[in-house]
Design a protein around this ligand. Structure first.
Ligand code: SAM
Length: 479
């Protein structure tokens, strides 16, 4: 029985509720008055400087996803952009993945790390190798990492992950520092989530891969990840372990996207219903070609247009949740979805274990082929050239603004007095320490212009002073 408050996976991701939702969406996909009503409900409402958004239920959002009316779709895209601007402005947060180990005991059919792959070289970084990777990442300008690892209790036990997090935070090379480590590792116990929390992680990220249980069981035929319930209930254990910021995701292409979309939103509703706070982020990866993986064997690949629509509707349905897109996607696709709601992107990623130290892209241990292969400097220039502010900010979680405290910052319109100056200051750090001359020139013009968009005169003045001090060599100011 569907129950968003239940702690049982089969209840909060209820198969029948998803099927009923899809049927309801089909019945109403041409019901223009209903669609207009849903769009009106999702519109940002301003009260003075405060902005609120109602978001949408999985049923409402599924109706929009089913609708193919061109005029309505135009409205959806415009609304997604409006919501994006209301909550995230023109800032785009930058991060990089760091692959620690590709040892894995699971049998995931889509992942080249699966046990059946006997030819991929298995690599696990030592703490010294992690140090060198982190120095390479800091030398590019990165401040925020997502660590990734296969699941292997012998090679990659939780102690290894915890030690690696300590190592990453301890490296201080020139003006570099990694200030936020997000963690994407397999589902684990409440006890281990507590240890991750104590190690100072940012977001705990775990992709559901697919919400369709039957498909999930087939796609994960062996290993601990086969346990659908344990995997699907992981975020509840993470929150019980004290982690406020959790990141959801679907691996699009494995199963039917409309089913996944409804499941994803039901998962978000469940977290809100049980823990009082929804997901901090949602990722939208698509299955890619990799070592022994041919993405075409999965029947549910989605076009770039459908992908863009999904991004826009996630933005409309869960306005307070950040949306992440990786270098799995090309520059062209990334360009499109940046306007529709994506708030975080990775840059200059290497998806191979140890990949940041080598000049040439090492392919042999890669998890998936990277579409966007530009350098970080090129990505930063490209973002600014389109009018976005690349942000290396990590202030919120370091100031304890996680979970519902972050959400309330979002809702009270304080983001413009807080995230905006923090973005400008961390961008200035990047420009001073790592950028090419061309990028620095463009960035400093952008910062001067954007400084004027800080509403509070006191904050504007303080941000201006901090920026001068950053140019003078000081680092790490934040609001
Ligand atoms: N091993 C961890 C787990 O079990 O969740 C997470 C780490 S894994 C390195 C990160 C994610 O990469 C997976 O959750 C999956 O969604 C994604 N992934 C795996 N194979 C992929 C492929 N061929 N193309 C795109 N993404 C893939």
């Amino acid at each position: 029985m569907y129950d968003p408050k239940s702690l049982k996976a089969d209840d909060f991701i209820d198969h029948k509720e998803i099927l009923d939702t899809l049927a309801y969406a089909d019945e109403n996909k041409d019901n223009i008055p209903l669609i207009e009503e849903i769009l009106a409900k999702a519109k940002p409402v301003w009260q003075g400087k405060e902005v609120h958004c109602a978001g949408l239920s999985h049923r409402e959002a599924s109706v929009l996803l089913a609708c193919e009316d061109p005029a309505m779709m135009k409205k959806m895209y415009a609304l997604a952009e409006e919501i994006k601007l209301a909550f995230y402005g023109n800032r785009i947060v930058i991060f990089a993945p760091l692959y620690l180990s590709n040892y894995c005991v699971n049998g995931c059919l889509y992942c080249p790390y699966h046990t059946v792959n006997k030819t991929i070289p298995r690599v696990k970084l030592s703490q010294e190798e992690i140090r060198r990777q982190v120095i390479a990442l800091q030398d590019m300008g990165h401040k925020r990492l997502a660590i990734e690892s296969g699941e292997d209790p012998v090679h990659n036990p939780i102690e290894y992950i915890l030690e690696s997090i300590d190592t990453i935070y301890s490296v201080k090379h020139k003006n570099g520092a990694i200030r936020r480590v997000n963690v994407n590792i397999a589902a684990t116990t409440v006890e281990n989530y507590k240890r991750l929390k104590d190690a100072g992680i940012g977001t705990y990220i775990l992709f559901q891969e697919t919400y369709h249980k039957e498909a999930y069981l087939k796609l994960h035929p062996t290993g601990p990840k086969h346990d659908y319930d344990y995997h699907t209930e992981a975020m509840d254990r993470a929150m019980e372990g004290g982690i406020d910021d959790v990141g959801l995701g679907v691996l699009f292409g494995l199963d039917r996207y409309r089913y996944e979309f409804a499941g994803l939103l039901m998962h978000a509703e469940h977290l809100e219903a049980v823990h009082g706070v929804g997901p901090h982020t949602i990722s939208v990866p698509r299955v890619k070609r990799a070592d022994d993986i041919d993405p075409d064997i999965f029947d549910n690949g989605i076009s770039d247009e459908t992908f863009a629509k999904l991004c826009a509707l996630i933005r409309i349905a869960v306005p307070y949740t950040g949306m992440i897109i990786s270098t799995r996607e090309s520059q062209k696709v990334r360009e499109k979805v940046l306007h529709l709601g994506v708030s975080q992107i990775s840059g200059a990623s290497r998806t191979s274990v140890g990949g940041y130290e080598t000049e040439e892209r090492p392919h042999d241990t890669e998890q998936f082929d990277v579409s966007d292969q530009r350098t970080l400097d090129e990505v930063i220039y490209w973002l600014m050239d389109m009018g976005f502010i690349p942000s290396f900010c990590t202030a919120c979680y370091r100031a304890g603004r996680t979970g519902d405290r972050f959400m309330s910052l979002c809702k009270t319109g304080q983001i413009q007095n807080c995230c905006h100056p923090n973005a400008l200051m961390t961008l200035q750090e990047y420009l001073s320490d790592y950028a090419s001359e061309k990028t620095r020139a463009l960035g400093e013009t952008l910062i001067r212009k954007e400084l004027e968009n800080i509403p509070n005169p006191g904050v504007r003045k303080a941000a201006g002073d901090y920026l001068t001090r950053i140019v003078g060599g000081e680092r790490d100011f934040r609001f």
